[in-house]
Structures are given as structure tokens and as C-alpha cells.
Design a binder for this molecule. Structure first.
Ligand SMILES: [Zn+2]
Ligand SMILES: [Zn+2]
Length: 349
């Protein structure tokens, strides 16, 4: 079968012919419906090297693609209650499965991560940028009759903002609240839709790209351009009080600084983007009781909620579909900043 392989650090991936995998005990073979191309993949093949802190989990060679969906093709030993042909979203992270974090479906924070050979599918273990993928049965979230190709980005670009929003609900419940989304790529756009679906907050959004801002406006956000008076403009929209929950999907120093400048007292800033921006903090930098935190991906249970939001028509990923033969173009377009919404490789469409 064809697969997009991460072959070496600082090397653009290759489209290769490899053997179709076989599911082991407790695993399932799925025919891939969709595999989303994520900026984290670009970081892996373009930016990281063997000295990167988690390089031992992420080193080559394997098939990329950590936000995947598919149709069940074959059940491994001991797997029951699943049926060939049914469509599923695939929860990408794989933890030990039995620690405190994994027991609540939060494999991303697995307590035994140091002993794991990989972080997840497409992250050290073969992912979904291929005709078939093997996944643990525990990681499958049912899609019913919803379109699995369009749904694929929900496994990361949907799950990550969902988890960030859910953990900021204390700041967003009640009337007259404000949320700010910084960075309107795949995650940010779904973040805007989820904030509209799940909260009564006024949603403000910002990005460098005009078409991304236009898309957010269509989904109900008020947009504010970048520039020196950006923070002042955002504060003005809140009547001077500030933003109750900020979601920074970029995470560079200037974006986190904007977040600090606009957050309200008792508000919360969640840095989701992994750009690693360093900012100042002392007693007087942030308003009283304003929280600054990070988050990484989400839980299996969260992914059930995200699938339900999608099946109810409350969220819809904007996707550009690429056939398997053009899978490398999906990454090239992502590198070149040409993708609005999410690039999804659909090997069987
Ligand atoms: Zn990702
Ligand atoms: Zn664990």
C-alpha cells in the first residue's frame, strides 16, 4: 500500500510502497477515510532533530498522520462488538492504558510516558497518511452515518480546541462573556465554531491572513487585525473589562503578550500553539487571578463529544481533499502557507 513516510530529521517526507499492516491483539485494521495534515508534522520533519527533548518517541521511520478516520476492515484477536465497514474517528495518542491519566482517557498525559516507545499514531508509530492504519480498538470513536473524510481533522484540530474550551468553562459560563481566538488555522476555525455552539460568549478572533479572518466572521466571530493597537482594540470591544478566556493557537512571544494585555481579571489564557514563546510574568504583569496555562490535545471522552457536535451539525471542518498520489502536495501546501482550513488526504475517495 502507499504511505507518506517520515524518513529522516530535516527531510521532506516520501511517498513509499509498504506492506499493508496486520492488527495485533486488541487492535483493528481500518481502511483510511481521511488523514489531516497538521503543523506538528511539519515541525517533526522540518524543525526537530535527534536532540529535541522528545526525539526518542518521534524518530524516523514511520507513516505520518495523527488525525485520522476510517472504516473498519479487520478485527484483531480478542476484539468484539465492532463491525466491518463502520466509520470511526481515531484517537491518536497512545499511553500505557492503565495509569491514572489513561484511566480517564487522557493518554496525552500518561504517567508512564517515559517507558512508551512512541507518542501515538503518526507520532513515532505508523499513522494514517496511508491506505490502511492499525489502531487500538479502545481509540475508536463512532461516527455513525456522518462523512468520515470531512470528519478526519476532528481527531486533532477539533479535539484540541474542544479540550481547551471545556477547561475554560468556568470563565465562559453566564452572560456577557468574551472569548478571544488567536490564530485561525484548522484548530482556530473549529475553536470559533465550538465557542459559538457551546457558550453564549462574544467571540473575537485574529489572524494575519485576511481570508482566515473572513472565514471566522462567517462563523460568527468579530475580527480584529494585527498591529500596534491590536490589544487596545480588543479591550475596547469588551467595554474595557477584558477577555474572559483567551485561546492562543500560535504560542509565539507576541501572541502570548497580546493575550496578557487583553485578559480580564479572573480570566484565563490557554496557550495551545507549540511555538514555545517565552513571556514575562510577575505579580503585576497579569490582572488579578488571571490564569496562564497550556494544554495538549484532549481525552477519548472529549472526542466522543466532538463527534456528537459534528453529527449534530454544530461544527464543520473546512477541508481541502487530496488523493493519495497528491499526499505530499498537502504537506508542501501547508509548508507554503497555502492551506486555509485543513488539508485532508483521502486515499479511497
Ligand atoms: Zn496535530
Ligand atoms: Zn498511562
Amino acid at each position: 500500500m502507499k504511505a507518506v513516510r517520515f524518513t529522516n530529521w530535516k527531510t521532506f517526507p516520501e511517498l513509499k510502497e509498504i506492506d499493508r499492516p496486520t492488527p495485533g491483539p486488541g487492535e483493528v485494521l481500518l481502511k483510511v477515510a481521511g488523514a489531516g495534515a497538521c503543523h506538528s508534522d511539519v515541525a517533526i520533519f522540518q524543525d526537530y532533530d535527534a536532540d529535541f527533548p522528545v526525539a526518542h518517541f518521534l524518530g524516523p521511520e514511520y507513516t505520518l498522520g495523527h488525525e485520522n478516520s476510517g472504516w473498519i476492515e479487520e478485527l484483531g484477536e480478542g476484539v468484539t462488538g465492532l463491525k466491518k465497514g463502520d466509520a470511526y474517528l481515531i484517537y491518536g495518542p497512545i499511553g500505557c492504558g492503565h495509569c491514572r491519566s489513561c484511566s480517564r482517557g487522557q493518554d496525552t498525559y500518561c504517567d508512564n510516558v517515559a517507558e512508551m516507545p512512541y507518542m501515538g499514531m503518526g507520532l513515532g508509530r505508523d499513522g494514517g497518511m496511508a491506505e490502511y492504519i492499525v489502531a487500538p480498538a479502545r481509540n475508536l470513536v463512532p461516527l455513525g452515518d456522518a462523512d468520515p473524510v470531512e470528519a478526519a481533522p476532528l481527531a486533532d484540530a477539533g479535539l484540541t480546541p474542544y479540550h481547551a474550551i471545556k477547561t475554560s468553562m468556568r470563565q465562559l459560563e453566564g452572560g456577557g462573556k468574551f472569548a478571544l481566538v488567536i490564530g485561525l488555522g484548522g484548530l482556530g476555525q473549529l475553536g470559533v465554531q465550538m465557542l459559538k455552539a457551546l457558550t453564549g460568549a462574544t467571540v473575537i478572533a485574529t489572524d494575519m491572513k485576511a481570508d482566515a479572518m473572513a472565514m471566522a466572521e462567517r462563523n460568527g466571530a468579530i475580527t480584529v487585525e494585527g498591529g500596534p493597537d491590536q490589544a487596545a482594540k480588543i479591550r475596547e470591544l469588551t467595554g474595557g473589562r477584558g477577555v474572559d478566556a483567551v485561546f492562543d493557537f500560535v504560542g509565539v512571544k507576541p501572541t502570548v503578550e497580546v493575550a496578557q494585555q487583553v485578559v480580564a481579571r479572573r480570566g484565563r489564557i490557554t496557550v495551545v500553539g507549540i511555538a514555545g514563546g517565552k513571556v514575562e510574568w510577575d505579580f503585576y504583569t497579569n490582572p488579578y487571578e488571571a490564569e496562564l496555562t497550556n494544554t495538549y490535545w484532549g481525552t477519548i471522552e472529549d472526542l466522543y463529544d466532538v463527534a456528537d457536535l459534528y453529527r449534530a451539525g454544530l461544527i464543520k471542518p473546512e477541508v481541502t481533499v487530496y488523493p493519495m498520489d497528491k499526499a505530499l502536495d498537502a504537506y508542501q501546501d501547508l509548508v507554503d502557507g497555502k492551506v486555509s482550513g485543513r488539508a485532508v488526504v483521502a486515499p479511497h475517495s
